[in-house]
Design a protein around this ligand. Structure first.
Ligand SMILES: Cc1cc2nc3c(=O)[nH]c(=O)nc-3n(C[C@H](O)[C@H](O)[C@H](O)COP(=O)(O)OP(=O)(O)OC[C@H]3O[C@@H](n4cnc5c(N)ncnc54)[C@H](O)[C@@H]3O)c2cc1C
Length: 396
């Protein structure tokens, strides 16, 4: 039997364990520093209400990924939900993605219409600010995006984000339906404990060590010191930030984190029927309020709201800044053979649950094909290219 070590038991570690367990001949150990699996997607309870840290609904354009998860933990579709943003200067809630119809309700309506007329597009944009101004004009950008972005990333200037090839919702200005994800699958597990059964199913064939943090690594020899003893592996799958795995040889990789505030309200529902969460783009100390019952289907006379406040106390969002991504790339390029780095921190990329399952699938395909004699930073464009090549080869 070959031996694999998985570092971290969040979604990425569990998805990796599941994929590895379906390849024959691997003895798998997963090490998780927390007392539970699932990372931020684990379901917790407050006043009888189930919740995760952040919305964590499953969003994907890829039926294959939805089918995989839905087979293991049945999912409830929630296609209809709309996001809204509170703009305190207007004392108004507007749709997000920005909706064309809302422009009529904005005090600067005429100015915005003029700017939309001449918006030249985002093709030549060099940073997030140019992307948005090119897409929707300066007034809408400053009202709806700039302040929110600076708060969310704790940055003095939103334009510091220059890996801007995405708009968070895939569209800058929407027309037609208000549901945010009308072109994607949006779903949440039916079970009251959310995704938790997935973490157990995925790791059923794996030796799981909770409350365990690896203190020393010898990556060249693929060895790790676990609970005081050195163990050697044939493969190490890391889901932690590469600067944690390798030591900060190429500089510390910055992340932004979140504090989480819990509030139970004495009403059955606080938000309108199709509103599951609200963004706050102004001076409020929080970025988002989520009404969990909308996702979980929990029945109660009260409702539970989670507020997310940007913070430096934990590492949850890698910065979409090219210089930082280049630092991460240095780690990936210098990773010894037989080390795979996946997951949000492990890829140093702002990816979601669906991308993470996809990464684990691609990784397992590579291992099956014997293609792990080269370091495999499953990261960014490289990952997308390999995934596309594999699908094309499989389809042929
Ligand atoms: C607030 C928030 C809201 C989100 N909402 C959504 C959403 O609605 N939909 C969606 O698809 N995605 C969402 N995401 C993204 C998605 O949930 C994450 O990308 C995904 O869960 C990350 O999984 P991971 O395993 O890479 O990381 P994590 O969940 O962070 O797991 C890493 C694990 O490694 C453990 N660990 C860390 N260091 C060590 C160590 N040295 N030794 C052992 N263990 C260690 C940690 O305890 C943790 O359990 C959200 C993310 C955040 C932060």
């Amino acid at each position: 039997m070959k031996k694999a070590l998985i570092i971290g038991g969040g979604f990425a570690g569990c998805a990796a364990a599941h994929q590895m367990s379906q390849l024959s001949g691997w003895d798998i150990t997963l090490v998780e520093s927390a007392p539970f699996l699932g990372g931020g997607v684990k379901t917790h309870w407050h006043g009888g209400h189930p919740f995760t840290y952040g919305p964590r609904h499953f969003l994907t354009q890829d039926d294959r990924l939805f089918d995989y998860l839905n087979r293991l933990v049945p999912m409830r579709r929630c296609q209809e939900h709309e996001f809204v943003t509170y703009i305190e200067q207007d004392a108004q809630f507007y749709n997000f993605p920005i909706h064309k119809d809302d422009v009529q309700r904005m005090p600067e309506c005429e100015q915005i219409e003029e700017e939309l007329e001449v918006a030249h597009g985002a093709a030549a944009a060099r940073n997030l600010e140019e992307y948005w101004i090119g897409s929707v004009g300066r007034t809408l950008y400053e009202k709806m995006v700039k302040g929110y972005t600076e708060k969310m990333w704790m940055l003095p200037e939103a334009r510091m984000l220059d890996d801007f090839g995405w708009s968070p919702k895939g569209v800058a200005l929407k027309e037609g339906p208000r549901a945010c994800w009308d072109s994607a699958i949006s779903a949440y597990p039916v079970a009251p404990n959310g995704y938790d059964d997935y973490f157990d199913i995925a790791t059923a064939g794996t030796k799981v060590l909770l409350n365990t943090t690896i203190t020393d690594y010898d990556l060249e020899k693929k060895r790790a010191k676990i609970n005081g003893d050195w163990h050697a592996f044939d493969l190490i799958i890391s889901t932690v930030s590469p600067d944690v795995l390798m030591g900060p040889a190429y500089g510390e990789l910055p992340f932004i984190g979140r504090e989480f505030l819990k509030i139970v309200l004495p009403v059955e529902f606080a938000f309108p029927e199709n509103v599951y969460f609200v963004y706050y783009a102004g001076g409020e100390p929080f970025t988002r309020a989520v009404e969990y019952k909308k996702f979980t289907g929990h029945k109660s006379d009260s409702t539970f709201i989670g507020l997310e406040m940007p913070s430096l106390t934990n590492k949850l969002y890698p910065y979409p800044i090219k210089t930082e991504i280049a630092h991460a790339q240095e780690y990936f390029e210098n990773m010894p053979e037989g080390i795979v780095s996946i997951g949000r921190a492990g890829s140093y990329k702002y990816i979601d649950i669906d991308d993470i399952i996809d990464q684990a699938m691609v990784m397992a395909e590579q291992i099956k094909g014997g293609g792990l004699d080269h370091p495999v930073p499953i990261h960014g464009d490289w990952f997308r290219d390999v995934a596309a090549e594999m699908r094309a080869a499989n389809a042929a």
